[in-house]
Write a protein that binds this ligand. Structure first.
Ligand SMILES: *[C@@H]1O[C@H](CO)[C@@H](O)[C@H](O)[C@H]1NC(C)=O
Ligand SMILES: *[C@@H]1O[C@H](CO)[C@@H](O)[C@H](O)[C@H]1NC(C)=O
Ligand SMILES: *[C@@H]1O[C@H](CO)[C@@H](O)[C@H](O)[C@H]1NC(C)=O
Ligand SMILES: *[C@@H]1O[C@H](CO)[C@@H](O)[C@H](O)[C@H]1NC(C)=O
Ligand SMILES: *[C@@H]1O[C@H](CO)[C@@H](O)[C@H](O)[C@H]1NC(C)=O
Ligand SMILES: *[C@@H]1O[C@H](CO)[C@@H](O)[C@H](O)[C@H]1NC(C)=O
Ligand SMILES: *[C@@H]1O[C@H](CO)[C@@H](O)[C@H](O)[C@H]1NC(C)=O
Ligand SMILES: *[C@@H]1O[C@H](CO)[C@@H](O)[C@H](O)[C@H]1NC(C)=O
Ligand SMILES: *[C@@H]1O[C@H](CO)[C@@H](O)[C@H](O)[C@H]1NC(C)=O
Ligand SMILES: *[C@@H]1O[C@H](CO)[C@@H](O)[C@H](O)[C@H]1NC(C)=O
Length: 567
C-alpha cells in the first residue's frame, strides 16, 4: 500500500458551510444541574508547532468546592482549521502524566472544518487538585501546499459534588510512566523499550496501570505489515515487514506484568481521507487506553526502593523486534492503606510467557496470550487480600494480494477477556473484540487512484480501574471511498456509516446511527438517556444548535487570526 497517508486538499468538493467533523462516541455521563467551574486551559494556533508544544500552568478552581471534592472533571477541545493539512497526533500531559491522546481531522479549504470533543477525565482527579504544568503537544508543519493551522481552545470544567453526584472515587496518587519532559508531550518513542524507575509509597495496597500506545511511521498501519518470511516473496515497496502482530508489554523489574493487544486506530488521512470526513474513524479523536492490574506486584514493590518499569512493543517475529515507531506512556493509579506500616505479602502464581504464543504461515499470523498472576497482599494493619490477574487474548490476521498486487485485503480479529479479582470481587475487567476487514484496490499500476472498503468494530465492555464506571460500547463502521492523486490536486469521495451503542453501570444509555455520503450527513438518529446532553453546552439539546455554537466558535477563532504565533 504505497501511499496510505493521504491528503484531501487542493481540489476539494464544494462545501456550503463549515464542516463539523466528529467521532461517534457517547456524550460523557457528566453531572447535570450542579455548580460548574469552567476555566480556559489554553488557546493556541498550532501552525509550525513541531517541537513547540503549548505549555501552560493549570490551577484548580476554588469556587466549586475544595479541590479534589468534585464529582467530575471534563476537558473540551475545540479546533478549527481551513486549508490543507495532514492528520496530526495530539498528546495531553498534566503533571507529567499523559491523560488523553487524540489526533486531528484533516481540514478542507474554503469554509474549513471544526470539531469539538468532550473528554471525561474524572479518573485523573488526583492530578487536578494541585497546580501544575499542562502540556498539549500537537506537532504541525506549515510547508508548500500544507497550510492548515489547527486553531485550538481547551477548557476544563469542574463539577461540584452534591448528594446526587458525590465526590468521585479516586486513587491516593497517580505516578507517571512517562519521559517526565517539561516542554513536550510525555510519551516515549519505542523501540527500544522505555524504562523508568518508580518508587511507590511503602503502604501501597493497590496499583492499577493504564497504558497509551499508538503506531506511527512504518508502524502506523502495523496490521498491514507482513511476516518477514512472506515479505521476501512480495515485490519491493508493497508493505512493511515484522509481521502484523503487536503487543504492548508492561514489565516490572524485567518480568511481564501484563500486555495490551492494541485496537487499530486509523487516523483521518489513513488509506483514504474521503472515508473519514466528516465522521472520523473509530477512536481517532480519543485513542483507547489499556489496563493492567499491577496489585499482584505490590508485595515486591512496597520496599521503598526504586523498581524498573518498562514499556515496549513486541512483534511475533523470531526476534520480537518492530520497526520505527510506537509512542507509549502509562500511569499508575496508586491506592495506599489506612496504616503507614509497609505492605507485605507474596506472589503465589506467576504464569506469564515472555512473549505471546504465535504462528505464521504465509500471510496468515495467529497469536494467543495467557497471563495469570496471583498474590496475597497484606496491608500494614494486617488486612489480607487475594489478588488474581488474568488475561486471555487471541489474534488472527490474514492478508491477500491479487490482481498483480493491485488488490490487497486485510482481515484481522483481536479479542480477549481480561479481569482481576480482589478477594473474589471483580475490580478490573475488559472484554473486547476488534474485527477489521479492509479491501484496498488500486485503479492501475500507476498507483494514482484507489478504492478503499472497510468494515471494522470496537466492541468493549468493562471497567479499567475502580475509578471508572463499567461501560459497554459497540461501535461499527462501514466505509467505501475512492481516492485520486494528481499534480493538480487530490480528490476523493465516498460514504461512511457508523452505528454506536453505549450503556454503563449507572444506567446511562446512548445509541446513534449516522451515515455520511460525499461529506454530507444523510442519516443521524440518536437515542438513549444521554442523547442531546453533550450538544451545545448542555442547555438546549438540538444538533442544529450545537452546529450554530460551533460555527460561531469558528468565527471567533478566525478573528484571532491564523498566524500560528503565540500571543
Ligand atoms: C479559508 O482560506 C482561504 C484561503 O486559502 C480563504 O479564501 C477563505 O476565505 C478562508 N475561509 C474562511 C472561512 O476563513
Ligand atoms: C523539569 O524541570 C525540573 C525543574 O523545573 C528539572 O529539575 C527537571 O530536570 C526537568 N525535567 C526534564 C526531563 O527536563
Ligand atoms: C534506575 O536506578 C538505578 C540505580 O538505582 C540506575 O542504575 C538506573 O539507570 C535507573 N534506571 C532508569 C531507567 O532511570
Ligand atoms: C529495565 O528493564 C528492562 C526490561 O527488562 C531492561 O531492558 C533494562 O535494562 C532495565 N533497566 C535497568 C536500569 O535495569
Ligand atoms: C510469604 O512467604 C513467606 C516464605 O514462604 C512466608 O514466611 C510468609 O508467611 C508468606 N506471607 C504471606 C502473607 O503469605
Ligand atoms: C476488493 O474490492 C474490489 C472493488 O473495489 C472488488 O472488485 C474485489 O473483488 C474485492 N476483492 C476482494 C478480495 O474482496
Ligand atoms: C484510475 O487510473 C486509471 C489509469 O491510471 C484509469 O484508467 C482509471 O479511470 C482511474 N480511475 C478513476 C476512478 O479515476
Ligand atoms: C451506508 O448506508 C447507506 C444507506 O443504507 C447505503 O446506501 C450505503 O451503501 C452504506 N455505505 C456503506 C459503506 O456501507
Ligand atoms: C466520486 O468519484 C468518482 C470518481 O471520480 C466519480 O465518478 C463520481 O461521480 C463521484 N461521486 C460523487 C457523488 O461525486
Ligand atoms: C466546547 O467549547 C467550545 C468553544 O471553545 C464551545 O463553543 C462549546 O459550546 C463547548 N462545548 C461544551 C459541551 O461545553
Amino acid at each position: 500500500m504505497r501511499s496510505l497517508c493521504a491528503l484531501l486538499g487542493l481540489v476539494s468538493v464544494a462545501i456550503a458551510d463549515v464542516l463539523v467533523d466528529f467521532q461517534v462516541s457517547q456524550p460523557p455521563p457528566l453531572p447535570v444541574g450542579v455548580q460548574e467551574c469552567t476555566v480556559q486551559v489554553l488557546q493556541r494556533d498550532f501552525a509550525n508547532s513541531y517541537g513547540d508544544a503549548e505549555v501552560v500552568r493549570l490551577e484548580p478552581p476554588t469556587e466549586c468546592g475544595e479541590p479534589g471534592s468534585w464529582s467530575a472533571i471534563s476537558l473540551n477541545m475545540t479546533v478549527t482549521s481551513n486549508g490543507t493539512q495532514y492528520d496530526r497526533l495530539g498528546v495531553f500531559t498534566f503533571q507529567n502524566v499523559e491523560i488523553w491522546r487524540t489526533s486531528t481531522p484533516e481540514p478542507t479549504r474554503g469554509d474549513g472544518i471544526i470539531w469539538s470533543y468532550i473528554k471525561d477525565v474524572t479518573q485523573y482527579m488526583p492530578l487536578f487538585t494541585r497546580s501544575g504544568s499542562f502540556i498539549l503537544q500537537l506537532d504541525n508543519l506549515i510547508q508548500d501546499n500544507l497550510d492548515g493551522v489547527y486553531a485550538t481552545t481547551v477548557t476544563a470544567t469542574y463539577y461540584a459534588a452534591t448528594d446526587a453526584y458525590p465526590t468521585a472515587p479516586q486513587a491516593s496518587t497517580i505516578i507517571p510512566l512517562s519521559t517526565m519532559a517539561n516542554d513536550t508531550g510525555n510519551d516515549a518513542s519505542v523501540p527500544p523499550g522505555f524504562s523508568i524507575n518508580v518508587t511507590i509509597p511503602v503502604n501501597t495496597v493497590k496499583i492499577f496501570a493504564e497504558l497509551f500506545a499508538s503506531g506511527n511511521g512504518q508502524e502506523e498501519f502495523w496490521y498491514g505489515n507482513v511476516p518477514n518470511a512472506y515479505l521476501d516473496t512480495l515485490p519491493d515497496g508493497i508493505t512493511y515487514g515484522q509481521g502484523p502482530f503487536r503487543e504492548v508489554r508492561l514489565l516490572i523489574d524485567g518480568r511481564v506484568a501484563g500486555v495490551a493487544f492494541p485496537f487499530p486506530v486509523i487516523f483521518t488521512g489513513g488509506f483514504s481521507p474521503a472515508s473519514w470526513r466528516p465522521i472520523a474513524a473509530i477512536n481517532a479523536l480519543d485513542l483507547p487506553r489499556y489496563a493492567i492490574d499491577v496489585t499482584p506486584f505490590v508485595p515486591l514493590l512496597a520496599d521503598g526502593a526504586p523498581h524498573n518499569f518498562t514499556l515496549d512493543v513486541a512483534s511475533a517475529e523470531d526476534d520480537h523486534t518492530i520497526l520505527d515507531n510506537w509512542y507509549v506512556s502509562g500511569l499508575l493509579q496508586v491506592v495506599t492503606g489506612a496504616s503507614e506500616a509497609p505492605t507485605t505479602g507474596n506472589m503465589t502464581v506467576y504464569e506469564v510467557g515472555e512473549y505471546a504464543d504465535s504462528e505464521a504461515a504465509g500471510a496468515v499470523q495467529d497469536a494467543t496470550r495467557a497471563v495469570h498472576i496471583e498474590s496475597v497482599v497484606v496491608s500494614g494493619d494486617g488486612k489480607e487480600t487475594q489478588v488474581v490477574w488474568v488475561q486471555n487474548l487471541a489474534y488472527e490476521n490474514r492478508q491477500t494480494f491479487s490482481g498483480d498486487y493491485l488488490v490487497q485485503t486485510i482481515t484481522q480479529s483481536t479479542s480477549g477477556t481480561v479481569s482481576s479479582t480482589h478477594n473474589g470481587e471483580t475490580v478490573v475487567s475488559d472484554q473486547f473484540a476488534y474485527p477489521l476487514d479492509i479491501n484496498f484496490t488500486y485503479g492501475s499500476a500507476d498507483f494514482d487512484n484507489w478504492t478503499f472498503i472497510i468494515d471494522h468494530s470496537y466492541n468493549r465492555a468493562g471497567a479499567l480501574s475502580p475509578f471508572e464506571l463499567s461501560t459497554n460500547i459497540e461501535s461499527q463502521q462501514s466505509s467505501e471511498s475512492i481516492y485520486q492523486t494528481a499534480s493538480t490536486g487530490n480528490y476523493g469521495n465516498g460514504t461512511t456509516n457508523n452505528t454506536f451503542i453505549y450503556s454503563d453501570a449507572a444506567g446511562n444509555t446512548y445509541t446513534r446511527s449516522v451515515n455520511a455520503a460525499y461529506n454530507q450527513i444523510t442519516l443521524d438518529e440518536e437515542g438513549g438517556s444521554l442523547a442531546g446532553v453533550e450538544d451545545d453546552v448542555m442547555v438546549a439539546g438540538s444538533r442544529d444548535e450545537a452546529q450554530k455554537a460551533l460555527t460561531s466558535a469558528f468565527a471567533n477563532a478566525k478573528l484571532r487570526g491564523g498566524t500560528g504565533k503565540r500571543p
